[in-house]
Design a protein around this ligand. Structure first.
Ligand code: AKG
Length: 278
């Protein structure tokens, strides 16, 4: 039922005709998520918004949709990811880890393919444990204990520009900048992984006075090298689940004005703990 697509990074679970909320399928998805960052379920699972919310709840406490302009009419827990609608989603074309601007960011995200353009469309995933492992030793020494400042600023300004609306006046009070370790330990396995985001990581601050002579741009360039990527080419009905503790993601190239609709649900996570790179 579980097969490896990329060792330690991406697995595929085949539900063999069972519904996704069947105990056996949920057990296999959980098992695959223990050792992989991304779990793919191919085939037309035909998940409705409510079914997706119910399935996600089996993986952890469900979070409300992060963008209330784009929640599904049947559920405020399901976000409709659509870059071509009247209020296009914001930020999905930048590398990020979901809701890293919160003190307790999202743990798992579930996306399902609802409307997929015939020209194809992808979501890209970058392996943050692999990025940490393969980083230069000097970087690992410098970044041990370093903290990243994650801010909502860029998102708030992008949203205002894309929606042609004023910047949400109270965003800085609702989402003050938070500090997370640049190298985080996986909550269950302890594996060290970079915790980065082109959307939210504003700067890196040393924890003990050791200067960090690495730019955020260089870190992102290293962490998104082709050999660290998995590209999911969507088909209608696919379901993809990922662990935001060990992966960054973004949409691939989108054709302007062409409908591409994914349903998105997320589970709550805890505060990221510092990790020790190997
Ligand atoms: O649109 C995509 O492919 C990615 C969606 C995304 O970034 C998200 O749901 O956080």
């Amino acid at each position: 039922m579980i097969s490896t697509v990329r060792a330690g990074f991406v697995a595929e679970v085949r539900p063999r005709g069972m519904p996704l909320d069947a105990d056996e399928v949920v057990a296999r998805v959980r098992e695959a998520l223990r050792t992989h960052a991304v779990v793919v379920i191919r085939g037309d699972q035909g998940l409705s918004a409510l079914e997706q919310a119910a399935f996600t709840r089996l993986l952890g406490p469900l979070e409300p949709a992060s963008d209330m302009r784009n929640h599904h009419p049947d559920s405020t827990d399901v976000m409709v990811v659509d870059n071509s609608g009247t209020t296009p989603v914001v930020g999905n074309q930048c590398w990020h880890s979901d809701r890293s601007f919160l003190p307790e960011p999202t743990r798992y995200t579930v996306l399902s393919g609802q409307v997929i353009p015939s020209s194809g469309s992808e979501t890209l995933f970058a392996d943050m444990a692999g990025a940490c492992r393969s980083a230069p030793e000097a970087w690992k020494r410098m970044l041990r204990g370093a903290m990243g400042v994650h801010s909502y600023d860029k998102l708030a300004h992008m949203r205002a520009a894309i929606h042609n609306a004023p910047v949400q006046p109270d965003y800085a009070r609702l989402y003050p900048p938070v500090r997370h370790p640049v190298i985080r330990a996986h909550p269950e396995s302890g594996t060290a992984a970079f915790y980065l985001s082109e959307l939210c990581l504003a700067r890196i601050e040393p924890e003990d006075g050791t200067p960090v002579d690495i730019s955020v741009e260089d870190l992102h360039a290293h962490a998104t090298k082709e050999e660290l990527l998995y590209r999911h080419a969507w088909r209608v009905g696919d379901v993809v689940i990922w662990d935001n503790c060990r992966v960054m993601h973004r949409a691939g190239a989108l054709e302007p004005g062409v409908a591409r609709i994914l349903y998105r649900t997320t589970t709550a996570g805890g505060p990221p703990e510092a990790g020790v790179p190997v």
